[in-house]
Design a protein around this ligand. Structure first.
Ligand SMILES: [Zn+2]
Length: 452
């Protein structure tokens, strides 16, 4: 297996046995003229699709790096991708069946050998897109990946997503006013080639109504950004029983969101609400855009030894990590962008860099306060890995103005904790403990207590 996928091995050698086999049979002689030249053909190992409102990703994984050219057509909208050095095989044909009916962007896809060595993919689209096409070198479990990201032509504003989510909410009016009360200082996360949507305020349908008085921050509910780690191409840690971190943390985040939304004075916003990849700095940008009062990134830990166990809570460290294992963990979590597949340069890297340089001591102090309370509550329902909040350079905790913590709920690499993480009851217990810690923090925070 390793031999067949070794990119260093001349590919013509791989093709030879196949050709010999075909030539040896009578039927093969008849087939031979339609078999394209295989001399430089790469092999598609797998195709995956990750549909989401924000963008749909299509990944083609192969045994060598391939060049792709793409262009878009309108009337009707189509994305055409020509992949050079490729021949049709079963894996690429599977792409057709992997497009889901509810994909927000792709209607259908057609795959064909366009000319010898060039496979053409034609995506029939449901709307105009700003595509990002890029390749990724082998990393983690993955070989070479060709990634097609289909973003909407107009970027989505997380504020509008928040409002849509709160439509039948008694607090919708307050959230809505807040959104309209002047532009948020945080930019709308977008990629190259996308237009920005018109400001939220301009979409108000009543032009004759007097502008509402801007609500002060204390009139509105406490807004908590919940950040389920990993997603899409990045499964996060995987337990011995096959449990994937990205699935568990999304389940816990959804449970916690439901509990927070049931509070009279709190609302939650999810940085991802399904199984797709969100770059780390985009998670931070989203939380800033919705003016979150608190950011909680939810994860599950893993270690080589299955005996490692217990929950831990983390805050940002501007300098060194609190220990070597802390540094190791932060690196592992920060690698999410590599595994998940970030298109360097496509996202607003300048904004990201400014974000990362601005983290303040005040943010970290508040993060330690809320983190300590959350840790205390989790300690009542699960063993703690460390008895105090730890610190390291997690990229996702770098919002300069939002207290931010990262919760490693348990060790997914520990069979007992993996079983617990899968259980609805235990997920509910974790969410309840996190909520208790958060409420305790806001009750003790003079600036925010007035709102509570
Ligand atoms: Zn993680």
């Amino acid at each position: 297996m390793a031999e067949a996928t070794d990119p260093a091995r001349p590919l013509s050698h791989q093709a030879d046995p196949l050709r010999r086999k075909l030539i040896s049979g009578g039927v093969a002689l008849f087939l031979l003229p339609v078999i394209p030249r295989l001399a430089h053909a790469a092999t598609i190992l797998a195709v995956r699709t990750w549909p989401a409102d924000e963008y749909t990703r299509v990944t083609l994984e192969m045994d060598s790096e391939l060049k792709a050219e793409h262009f878009v057509l309108d009337d009707p909208f189509r994305l055409v991708v020509d992949i050079d050095g490729l021949s049709m095989n079963r894996a690429i044909n599977e792409l057709v069946s992997k497009v889901r009916p509810n994909d927000p962007y792709i209607q259908t896809v057609r795959v064909a050998q366009n000319r010898p060595n060039v496979v053409r993919l034609v995506f029939d689209l449901k709307q105009d897109i700003a595509p990002q096409v890029f390749t990724l070198k082998p990393v983690g479990e993955y070989k070479y990946r060709l990634v097609l990201d289909l973003y909407p032509k107009v970027a989505q504003d997380p504020l509008l997503a928040l409002l849509k989510d709160a439509q039948n909410d008694p607090l919708a009016g307050i959230l809505d006013e807040l959104a309209r009360s002047g532009p948020s200082e945080a930019p709308i996360p977008s990629v190259e080639g996308q237009k920005l949507p018109p400001p939220v305020a301009q979409q108000a349908p009543e032009p004759t109504a007097p502008p509402p008085a801007a609500p002060s921050r204390r009139d509105r509910p406490i807004l908590i950004a919940l950040d389920p780690g990993h997603g899409g191409e990045d499964p996060g840690a995987i337990g011995r029983g096959g449990t994937r971190e990205k699935d568990i943390v999304l389940q816990i985040a959804k449970r916690l969101k439901a509990m927070i939304d049931a509070q009279p004075n709190m609302r939650a916003y999810l940085t991802r609400d399904r199984d797709y990849f969100v770059p780390l700095n985009v998670r931070v940008q989203k939380a800033r855009r919705v003016k979150a009062d608190l950011f909680i990134s939810i994860h599950a830990d893993a270690w080589i030894k299955p005996s490692a166990r217990g929950s831990s809570v983390w805050a940002l460290s501007q300098g060194g990590a609190t220990s070597a294992s802390a540094r190791w963990l932060a690196k592992k979590e920060n690698d999410a962008d590599l595994i998940g597949g970030v298109n360097l340069g496509a996202h607003n890297q300048q904004v990201a860099k400014v974000l990362l340089d601005l983290s303040t001591g005040a943010q970290i102090n508040d993060s330690i306060k809320v983190g300590t309370r959350v840790l205390g509550e989790i300690g009542k329902i699960n063993r703690l890995h460390k008895n105090r909040i730890e610190r390291a350079g997690f990229a996702v905790l770098k919002a300069p103005d939002i207290p931010s913590i990262l919760v490693e709920t348990a060790f997914i690499s520990n069979p007992e904790e993996e079983r617990l993480l899968r259980s609805a009851q235990h997920q509910q217990r974790i969410a309840t403990a996190m909520l208790a810690g958060v409420k305790d923090y806001f009750a003790a925070s003079p600036a925010l207590a007035r709102r509570a």
